[in-house]
Write a protein that binds this ligand. Structure first.
Ligand code: SF4
Length: 98
């Protein structure tokens, strides 16, 4: 999806970043589809990331091919909140950049 036109009512990039809860994400890719700034990609959990999950998280990840969403271009986030609303697992939160 091409980058959205700048909306004067939305904050500039660099003020918010999406945080993905590794215990909840199931790689359904709704965030990839809705983000106007191509912030997300689906990737595979590293061994260290899998190791850090709870047992429930490991089982959940296993049943989804150990794939999850990654905010590969987090610096391009404009804080619109579309990904937060779209995620069926409530796995995304926006965090203010300090
Ligand atoms: S808040 Fe908006 S711009 Fe930021 S990652 Fe989510 S959908 Fe993309």
């Amino acid at each position: 999806m091409p980058a959205a036109e700048k909306d004067p009512c939305k904050p500039d990039a660099g003020r918010w970043v999406p945080r993905i809860d590794r215990e909840r994400c199931e790689a359904k890719a709704d965030c990839v589809a809705v983000c106007p700034f191509d912030v997300f990609q689906i990737g595979r959990l590293s061994e260290a990331e899998r190791g850090a999950l709870s047992l429930r998280g490991k089982v959940r990840a296993f049943f989804h091919g150990n794939k999850q969403a990654y905010a590969v271009r987090a610096a391009d986030c404009h804080g619109c909140g579309l990904c937060v609303k779209a995620c069926p697992e409530k796995a995304i939160k926006l965090e203010a950049v300090r």
